[in-house]
Design a protein around this ligand. Sequence first.
Ligand SMILES: [Zn+2]
Length: 189
Amino acid sequence: MSPAPATGGPPGRDADEESSAPGAEQDRYWMGRALDLARRAAAAGEVPVGAVLVRGGEEIGEGWNRPIGGCDPTAHAEMLALRAAAARIGNYRLAGSTLYATLEPCPMCAGALVHARVARVVFGAADPRAGAAGTVFDLLQSPVLNHRCAVTGGVLAGECGLVLREFFRVRRLKPDPPAPGEECPLSAG
Ligand SMILES: [Zn+2]
């Protein structure tokens, strides 16, 4: 199905693994890539979330959270990865692709993923405040929408959550208090 990965690329889908679900190794590989992008957001002072869009074993779009720097409330990692991929492919429909995000997508991003006909969404940490992949809302698999995404959660969840918690822990130590609403999404409830 997918071409053999280039040297240094993701593990092949046909890897003979009996101890883990098919594709699990590949999911961890791409989530690691999304984590690298999340750290890029943190370095820029943005809430650290990263996303990668993959099709045919190849990365076709990437993004990291940057609403502050971009003065853009829609500049979530997933939205930027979708925009980059659609521009690259030349098609706003991204059928057959898989979106990897370090944090469970919010309602806005979940809506965009459905619009783009993304086949599968893999996320790291669940978002108890606004997760729209089943935690708070279930937009990715809603029976009333005309497309549903397969969903896998919890891939590298510990690392994905740690990046967020560490970001907010350091921010609390700074003299400028966080703005209203700027709390770690993982600290809810
Ligand atoms: Zn979002």
